[in-house]
Design a protein around this ligand. Structure first.
Ligand code: TPP
Ligand code: MG
Length: 422
């Protein structure tokens, strides 16, 4: 097993002055307070204080992204947005089985974070991270078939919405609805890789609401003490269902929580894909060096209700208007085409958008015209069939098994379990 590196967070001596830093990539720091009001029988919110007319900040220059990479992220974000618009229409046509969850306003966070992972690394997305699924190699047709419970969907019509992954080729752990449970799972993935002799980044997401769960603490603390390469993105989109974040936690920034775990905490503007990428890239590099987890708080706004059934009447309209001006796709487009970079000509941008629409149209047609599962297949895939859970080491044989192989013709004994888990 690789030696455990020393924890990188500062450990002050008793009596010394404690100073901690939380890296903040943002170029603006929006701060609003909300007031709860009753309208008839309903609870709503109004903006009590904060500058709603603040100018939109520029995109922060990326330290790492090349022209090609920045354009590729922009394309994923467009595909993410257009696919969700298509899903909304499919729902309204009665073709979706169950609900639809949107990541509107969060595409930069989903796509740029997933883009920081290498193909051999792992991620566990949540419901709003459909952009991350696209970056990991699922196609819009997979996701649309899934929502319509078609037989060709990743779960072959067994589950609607987002409960699917791919542990064989795309290294995606299926989302777990119980908020926070993905965190120890991804910590375990990083541990598993390390036992096989490799430090990898294992990325997952949690919302501002979900981060309050006990399992979030347990999973992240475990990753911290074991120096596991977990990259936890706390998507602070200001709402957990209809509860504003002020009513969920007392800390100013959720990244402050990293201090108590003894790990780095970073804040980014979640509507700026370049900031998201840079913070995730640095966290992944840290993971690959075996230095442990990073908590990245991405601040943005959930621009729709919790799911399609929720009209989000409780959200103050001026706040929506404020964040609408910070649309992650419009900002990145402006950065690439008009303002700073001029990396895309107007014509090249139009061609890229047309190409995304063409792909989406083809995938939508494919998904809509694909069959529902055959009724007689309903009981299939419920129980484990021979070989369906064969789990092979992905990176190498575990160190102890390798040692055991040297000793006794390749068959590890139960007593060869990794030392530190005994
Ligand atoms: C442990 C647990 N408690 C409650 C729920 C029900 N639930 C599902 S989503 C949600 C709100 C989540 O808010 P947040 O974490 O901020 O994520 P967002 O929807 O804003 O992306 C709740 C309470 C759950 N799935 N799991
Ligand atoms: Mg939230």
């Amino acid at each position: 097993m690789l030696p455990l590196p020393a924890p990188s967070a500062p450990s002050p001596q008793p009596g010394s002055n404690r100073t901690y830093t939380v890296l903040d990539y943002r170029l603006e720091k929006p701060s609003f307070t909300l007031r709860q009001v009753r309208v008839g029988d309903e609870t709503r919110y109004e903006v009590e204080s904060g500058d709603l007319s603040a100018p939109v900040p520029p995109i922060r220059e990326s330290k790492y992204l090349s022209k090609e990479q920045a354009i590729e992220i922009y394309r994923w974000m467009l595909l993410n947005r257009r696919m969700e618009t298509a899903l909304e229409n499919l729902y309204k046509q009665g073709k979706v089985v169950g609900g639809v969850y949107f990541g509107l306003g969060q595409e930069g966070c989903s796509c740029a974070s997933a883009y920081a992972l290498r193909a051999d690394e792992w991620m566990g997305p949540m419901i709003r991270n459909q952009g991350a699924l696209l970056v990991r190699g699922f196609s819009p047709r997979d996701i649309m078939m899934q929502y319509m419970a078609r037989s060709g969907s990743p779960t072959k019509g067994r589950d609607a919405s987002s409960h699917f992954g791919d542990i064989k080729t795309r290294n995606v752990v299926a989302p777990i609805s119980t908020l926070g449970d993905l965190i120890p799972v991804l910590a375990g993935v990083a541990l598993g890789a390390r036992l096989q002799g490799k430090n990898i980044a294992a990325m997952t997401y949690i919302g501002d609401g979900g981060q309050s769960t006990g399992v979030t603490y347990e999973g992240l603390n475990f990753a911290a003490v074991q120096n596991l390469g977990l990259v936890l993105i706390v998507e602070n989109n200001l709402w957990g269902y209809s509860t504003p974040s002020d009513m969920q936690f007392r800390v100013k920034d959720l990244a402050e929580r990293a201090i108590a775990y003894g790990i780095p905490g970073v804040i980014v503007d979640g509507t700026d894909a370049c900031q998201v990428y840079d913070a995730c890239h640095e966290a992944c590099e840290r993971a690959r060096r075996g230095e442990g987890p990073t908590l990245i708080e991405a601040k943005m706004m959930r621009m729709k209700g919790h799911a399609i059934h929720d009209a989000a009447e409780y959200v103050p309209k001026p706040l929506l208007e404020y964040w609408k001006k910070r649309d992650p796709i419009a900002r990145l487009q402006d950065y690439l085409v008009n303002k700073k970079k001029k990396w895309l000509t107007v014509e090249a941008n139009a061609a890229l958008i047309a190409d995304v629409e063409r792909q989406l149209e083809a995938d939508r047609n494919f998904a809509v015209n694909s069959p529902m599962p055959a009724p007689e297949s309903a009981a299939g895939g419920v129980y484990c069939e021979a070989g369906c859970h064969e789990i092979r080491p992905k990176y190498a044989m575990p160190e102890d098994a390798r040692a055991a192989a040297g000793r006794n013709s390749g068959t590890p004994k139960p007593s060869d379990a990794p030392v530190h888990l005994k």
